[in-house]
Ligand binder design. Structure first.
Ligand code: ZN
Length: 193
């Protein structure tokens, strides 16, 4: 059945508000999570229509109500949604990261990111970050990022730095040739195509 025709007005508004498409939903009415999880996944749907104890029907495919807790959506989207994977460099360091400001053009969202990387002393305590390559992806942006980080594990440098007066750890910085970082991203994209 067509998903649109089973959505209520409130549900349609919810989808609109969070920029979701009816095609992101699997019709799991009457099914239990042990059944719909795999079926939704096979159908390429992050979310399902089911029921929650508070009368909502929109859930992620692990059974969390996304109306009660929109945060589940953020996680799902970061993992499986679209966005831009990029490689940035500063001196001998490479950073592989993602940016997901979908509503802006790719160029704007990357320059925002570059600005943030270089502001207040810079990411990992370094300035001069330049994005040298980026890949807009339709889906799985978080998975691609994680896989690329895994492939680059041996080059990882964890640096403590201060940002906005807070001590932070730079987890995404690698000391490797640029090409190695680029190849890791390309390989990861292939894996989750
Ligand atoms: Zn709910």
């Amino acid at each position: 059945m067509d998903i649109i025709s089973i959505l209520t007005k409130e549900e349609k508004d919810f989808l609109k508000k969070y920029n979701l498409s009816p095609s992101d939903f699997y019709d799991a009415r009457g099914e239990s999570v042990t059944v719909y999880h795999d079926k939704a996944k096979a159908a390429g749907c992050q979310f399902v229509i089911n029921s929650c104890q508070y009368g909502h029907r929109l859930k992620d495919r692990s059974g969390h109500c996304i109306v009660c807790k929109p945060a589940y959506m953020t996680y799902q989207r970061r993992e499986s949604g679209g966005g831009i994977v990029y490689v940035a460099i500063s001196g001998k360091y490479c950073k592989v990261g993602v940016t997901d400001e979908k509503n802006k053009s790719n160029k704007e969202s990357l320059s925002d990111r570059e600005y943030r990387l270089n502001s207040e002393g810079g990411y990992a305590g370094r300035t001069g970050w330049r994005t040298i390559k980026s890949w807009p992806l339709e889906r799985n942006v978080g998975k691609v990022e994680r896989e690329a980080h895994r492939l680059l594990q041996q080059y990882k440098t964890v640096e403590n730095y201060i940002y906005s007066g807070e001590k932070r750890k730079a987890q995404e910085v690698f000391e490797c040739p640029i090409q190695t970082a680029i190849d890791a991203v390309k390989k990861s994209i292939e894996l989750y195509k």
